[in-house]
Ligand binder design. Structure first.
Ligand code: UD1
Ligand code: UDP
Length: 351
């Protein structure tokens, strides 16, 4: 079977690292990078560190408005699909690359498989929610990571082709944890050995694109009285400059780091404060208290289980959680057993 996989943004490279190498044992895979993320530390580092096969195509789409970015992807993907004639198109997550990959296939009547289907924030103002809902409704095979994702699809009338396989990011952590411990020197480089610190990431458009929200977040981190480590997403760096916002000395700002470095930073942290989807899950995998600077989350089980606290962007709420939040319960198994990628392969084989 010929499977064409579309990736484009950082979290998709990590998910593909778990799935592609397994798929390639049995099938031929054409890997297409849309070029949505293109800085070395947002793209190349993952392919190198995680041994992801070199993309067969890099469409070089780059940054732009939603319409321009997604539209350019559609035009370029169509040429590749027409040439390669895949049996399946595989997409991950909820970015503009996901939607373009799925929509282009659907129009050409090529079956679409969506990994990380069924997630919902029920906030249609998020570009990610628009991408997820649309992608799910044109997908033929929907690999959901959690029970709540399965239920979300059922509530929208999607019942056929839905498989709860667990979370491929859990596979990725299990695959790469050991390598991260032995290879990454980030803890020494940032002089963090034996020190308590909060690990933070910020990049969600609903936070970065509003000066009041970003100011609150920056203010809370500056005032929390703890060492904060912040690998800064380029989007956030751009908006910080535009708004004239600055971090104080307790916040160690770095460029985005590779996945192995990130795993190490997570493993050694005291708490994680984030607005990322993937990092919320990784906090759970690492048994670290997570504080989520959003009004809602798609990863509801982490909250129900007492390991994730939703605080929005209120400065006092962030500060209070950074200082006082302690998970209340033992962890339940939410994300499967770390064999999501093999299950995906089995199901694709049967189809
Ligand atoms: C995208 C996804 C988001 C995902 C995130 C992962 C969409 C709509 N959003 O958000 O769901 O959580 O990726 O990180 O698809 N930039 C660079 N270099 C890069 C990439 C981006 O400088 O390599 C800057 C550009 O100024 C760009 C901005 O970051 O305009 C935003 O990039 P974009 O890919 O549009 O969205 P993300 O915020 O990265
Ligand atoms: N990540 C990374 N380096 C960083 C920040 C994040 O490797 O500097 C990883 C992180 O460990 C997780 C993934 O990127 O696996 C999450 O991606 P991101 O937060 O960009 O997007 P989201 O998951 O919110 O879509």
């Amino acid at each position: 079977m010929k499977i064409l996989t579309v990736v484009g943004a950082r979290p998709q490279f990590i998910k593909a690292a778990a799935v592609s190498n397994i798929i390639r044992k049995h099938h031929s895979e054409i890997l297409v990078h849309t070029g949505q993320h293109y800085d070395e530390n947002m793209s190349k580092v993952f392919f190198e560190e995680l041994n992801i096969p070199k993309p067969d195509y890099n469409l070089g789409v780059g940054s732009g408005s939603h319409g321009k970015q997604t539209g350019t992807m559609l035009i370029k993907l169509e040429e590749v699909y027409e040439k390669e004639k895949p049996d399946f198109v595989l997409v991950y997550g909820d970015t503009n690359s996901t939607l373009a990959g799925a929509l282009c296939a659907s129009k050409l009547l090529i079956p679409v498989a969506h990994v990380e289907a069924g997630l919902r924030s029920f906030n249609m103002e998020m570009p990610e929610e628009q991408n997820r809902v649309l992608t799910d409704h044109i997908s033929n095979i929907l690999f959901v990571p959690t029970k709540s994702a399965e239920k979300n699809l059922k509530d929208e009338g999607i019942k056929k082709g839905v498989y709860n396989v667990g979370d491929v990011m859990f596979d990725a952590i299990l695959n790469f944890k050991k390598l991260a411990r032995s290879r990454s020197e980030i803890i020494e480089e940032l002089d963090l050995e034996g020190k308590e610190y909060i690990l933070t990431t910020i990049h969600r458009a609903e936070n970065t694109d509003h000066i009041d929200k970003l100011s609150n977040i920056v203010g809370a981190l500056n005032e929390c009285g703890k060492t904060v480590v912040l690998p800064l997403h380029p989007r956030t760096r751009k908006y910080m400059l535009n708004y004239g916002l600055e971090f104080s000395e307790n916040v160690k700002v770095t460029d985005p780091v590779g996945y192995l470095e990130m795993i190490n930073l997570e493993m050694n942290s005291q708490k994680i404060v984030t607005d990322s989807g993937g990092v919320q899950k990784e906090a759970f995998f690492m048994r670290k208290p997570c504080i989520t600077m959003r009004e809602e989350t798609e990863w509801v089980e982490t909250v129900e289980n007492g390991w994730n606290k939703i605080v929005g962007t209120d400065r006092e709420k962030i500060l209070d959680a950074v200082l006082n939040f302690i998970p209340s319960r033992e962890q339940k198994n939410i994300f499967g057993d770390g064999s999501a990628s093999s299950k995906i392969l089995e199901i694709l084989d049967k189809r």
